[in-house]
Design a protein. Sequence first.
Length: 309
Amino acid sequence: MSFDLITIGRVSVDLYPEQIGVPLAEVRTFAKSLGGSATNVSVAAARLGVRSAVITKVGDDPFGPYVRDALRGFGVDPRWVGTHPTLRTPIVFCEIFPPDDFPLLFYREPKAPDMTISADELDLDAVAAARVFWTTGTGLSDEPSRTATLTALGARSGGITVHDLDHRPVFWADESEAGVWAREALRHATVAVGNCDEVAVAVESRDPHEASAALLDLGVEIAIVKQGPAGVLVRTADAVVEVPPVEVEVVNGLGAGDAFGGALVYGLLQGWEPARAVRLANAAGAYVASKLACADDMPTLDQLAEVPA
């Protein structure tokens, strides 16, 4: 079986507070859901009808079966979800202070299982055959995940390859290395996605126009720079398009970027122009930002039709 989308990278169990606007010390109850950027992108795409799978790894603990069952429930194939014999499945807590403050607390010590994915565990034929392959900056932050990610990228010789710059400083032992490895990944990518801070890691500019041009100079065909309330800049060799944001009342913005990614994949698979795919992605991100959870609230196409343009 070949897949429309394969992602590789982080997984977690998210425990998000059901009380909004209070610090963790004052939270009384939490809602559990599937999390992790690469995992959530696969879920978001699957909710739109994309045949999706994720390459990741969990611990040999009760949350491992939960992750696999949740993926199946969302329509994501879990065949490449490995198990580390001693490390624990990561847990993530957050605080929710709408509209734009959502601090995260990661439990990934001493090391997250998804950072132990090795190149010899990969099904490179499947990676090569996928219509879209999605990698993340977090996957480059430690070994052997870095080598596995770059090996998988090297197996690609066609199709759409998206590198999500996805920079989280807390995951890097030496943050100065992040730009080096981001540029190495982008050498293999056809699409680059990131916000202004993330693209600056790769090209040392937060200016969307300068940064997107620099990303094309690195070899990508489509550069997508997310600008928050200012919308999204989409650059190709032929056009620069500013896509306006979708206005919603934000509840929890943490899953918006992953919803954006899944819908972007859907649009690109339909052969849409990049700006049209980003308009759908904006709608998906806005939809999830108006909800509490991430994976559990990824929209269907029918739900996206209800999002105001």
